[in-house]
Design a protein around this ligand. Structure first.
Ligand code: PMP
Length: 355
């Protein structure tokens, strides 16, 4: 029987939460429930049959995104979702037994891609209240550290790391690639993209899956020093960006009003929901993203299952004890979610505030 590589034999298949047909409000994947800009949709609808028959050309898109980010095209690499950028970095910088440092709790894909390179994941626990563990990361750096991932703001916690702390990590590990995952950038505005090209080991990734409402189109960008991006292009498939993503990029970047209005709504609704949950006695962490992490303690499973039974999916986070992650939809959707949650909680009269 043929055998896959040793490092893959030890891995398990990863699934994003399975779709339950009864769920009609998905608040478990940090997608936009609003959808994309009408201008983007109009552009996709206008594509003609001959264009679909051609291999897509990434270069024009890289010029657009570079201008948008204030970078050179040679410093940007369009990816099939931010996921692909993470994968390429792992393949490019991690040899077997090299070390990748991540902060836990973390987004799942870092570890999966590192494992496929037979690299070792060094997990640095977040500080109390999930704050960024800068000292822990500095202590974890060894001569084998080849990649450090900082998710800012973090998923699943929503917590932001300070720019000065990120710069300290970059300086402390000049021989390691440092990936700053800014998937939720649009909801907070904090970035180190201005340092791309100046700091040789810095990479920044962004995605169109969140604030732009284009998760299904699969589009992200990886920015870094031109020399390093040039090396990454060696292992990139030439047609990794599909024609829909490439054709709608200009409209997506240009319709800033759409993104701004959506982000403002999400922030308002998020803070409203946070206030409501806290009034009920459920702790929430301050979030700079399109989701909230909330502590439900021993009610966690009852809430998760009860909400699902009513058609609403939340995300279980066993890595954050007693917590569920709730993506923020429209105000109306979140009012529905809160009403269902209140009903579930009311079913347990003996229940007392968990924290
Ligand atoms: N990074 C983080 C922190 C994320 O939360 C996600 C998606 N949930 C991604 C990367 C991947 O995004 P994409 O859809 O662009 O692959």
């Amino acid at each position: 029987m043929i055998k896959v590589r040793e490092c893959i034999r030890g891995m398990r298949e990863y699934h994003s939460p399975l779709t339950n047909a009864k769920v009609d409000l998905r608040l478990d994947l940090n997608e936009s429930t609003t959808g994309c800009s009408p201008r983007v949709l109009a552009k996709i609808r206008s594509l003609d049959s001959k264009l679909l028959a051609l291999y897509p050309r990434r270069e024009a898109g890289e010029k657009l995104i570079a201008d948008f980010l204030g970078l050179e095209p040679a410093e940007t690499f369009l990816t099939n979702g931010a996921d692909e950028g993470i994968d390429i970095l792992c393949r490019a910088y991690l040899d077997a037994r090299d070390e990748m440092i991540i902060v836990v709790p973390a987004f799942a894909m870092y570890e999966i891609f590192a494992q496929a390179s037979a690299a070792k994941t060094v997990r640095v626990p977040a500080m109390p209240d999930y704050n960024f563990p800068v000292e822990g990361i500095l202590q974890a750096i060894t001569p084998r550290t080849r990649l450090i991932v900082i998710t800012n703001p973090n998923n699943p916690t929503g917590i932001l790391a300070a720019r000065t702390d990120i710069l300290r990590v970059l300086q402390a590990a000049p021989d390691a690639a440092v990936l700053l995952d800014e998937a939720y950038f649009d909801f907070c505005g904090e970035t180190l993209v201005d340092q791309v090209g100046r700091i040789p080991n810095l990479f920044v990734t962004r995605t169109f899956s969140k604030a732009y409402g284009l998760a299904g189109v699969r589009l992200g960008v990886l920015a870094g020093h031109a020399e390093q991006i040039g090396l990454l292009r060696r292992i990139a498939p030439p047609f990794n960006i599909n024609v829909f993503a490439l054709e709608c990029l200009a409209e997506a970047l240009d319709d800033r009003e759409f993104v701004k209005a959506y982000v403002n709504q999400v922030r308002r609704t998020r803070e409203w929901l946070r206030g409501e949950l806290e009034k009920m006695g459920f702790k929430c962490w301050p979030s700079e993203t399109n989701f909230l992490l909330a502590y439900f303690g021993e009610l966690r499973l009852q809430i998760l299952q009860g909400m699902e039974a009513q058609g609403i999916a939340l995300r279980d986070r066993p890595d954050c004890e007693g917590c569920l992650r709730i993506s923020i939809g429209t105000q109306q959707e979140m009012e529905r979610a809160l009403a269902v949650l209140k009903e579930i909680v009311a079913q347990k009269p003996a229940w007392q505030a968990v924290r």
